[in-house]
Design a protein around this ligand. Sequence first.
Ligand SMILES: Cc1cc2ncn([C@H]3O[C@H](COP(=O)(O)O)[C@@H](O)[C@H]3O)c2cc1C
Ligand SMILES: O=C(O)c1cccnc1
Length: 353
Amino acid sequence: MFDAILSSIPEPDARTAARCQELLDAKTKPRGSLGRLEELACRFAALTGKPVPPLPAKAVVVMAADHGVVEEGVSAYPAEVTGQMVANFARGGAAINVLARQVGARVEVVDVGVRYPVEGLEGVKVRRVGPGTANFTRGPAMTREQAEAALAVGVEVAQRLADEGVGLVGLGEMGIGNTTASSALTCVFTGLPPEVVVGRGTGVDDAGLARKVEAVRRGLEVNRPEAARPLEALAKVGGFELAGLAGVALGAASRRVPVMMDGFIASVAGLVAARLCPRVTPYLLASHLSVEVGHARVLEQLGQRPLLDLGLRLGEGSGAALAFGLVDAALRVLHEMATFTGAGVTDIPPPVR
Ligand SMILES: Cc1cc2ncn([C@H]3O[C@H](COP(=O)(O)O)[C@@H](O)[C@H]3O)c2cc1C
Ligand SMILES: O=C(O)c1cccnc1
């Protein structure tokens, strides 16, 4: 089904990245002194195929869905909150709306399977694959067809955004219980046990944490997901929003649009996309390091170093939006900084005698 998209993801262009580095080296600063901003600019050059990429139009896609595993008492908040927060996104009052406004990004909200939706919200795309997933401690969270349908929603959204001129996409999510599903997928793809990977999400207490570890353990035992079968693993212990975001990553990469991951959950979606199609991997950028303990393990798998470490544990695409500011800064340097020659600044100091 996705073969055409998967094979159409272009490889990063190393020659264009090298040209970008030459241009940065000609700017009035010691070579390499802008550190990871220089890396970021070169990465954009490689991915977009342009040595001086334009400052991109930006969007955060917030995929929302619910999780049957919430029945096991794994979140500090009830499932109703997912739909209520979608309404909050639609009104512009959530953290992601504020942070997106700060960096001039649009917020694209997609209901891929909210259990208790607020109907008739303006600006929310309704693409519900089901009324939330099933409880994965008792059987698969979803069917393979549902996983494919949610992936396809993400591909469609990302490709439409690219057609509308968006050049940088952030991955955001809302789904009470989704740190539990993300932990289960992390166990599958890292081989680590639940105790190492499961964190407190919205802030469960010690008893809640124990229930979460146990729910993940049972989910793995009952469904037996395998790393070598990523689509099945996603269906067995994943979530509709996770699948949707994996689709966004694939769709964006197919149009040479870099993808800014957010925290733990969005990075797990990135990892799913990378396991479905390794060619997507270079398009995935890590915005920040979440407090959620499994996040570092997921980024390790992706070979990614986070740009920021702000103690965030929110989701919604909040960290991705914040890192958009760094992308703009890196690209502005390329566009606006003077060169040694242009500014009459001596490049390499003459040897001291
Ligand atoms: C009001 C509110 C707003 C949120 N925005 C993001 N999340 C975050 O918390 C949830 C994951 O944590 P857990 O697995 O513990 O349920 C997700 O919805 C995530 O996006 C929120 C959670 C709440 C309560
Ligand atoms: O890092 C995340 O994505 C995260 C962590 C806790 C709760 N919600 C999201």
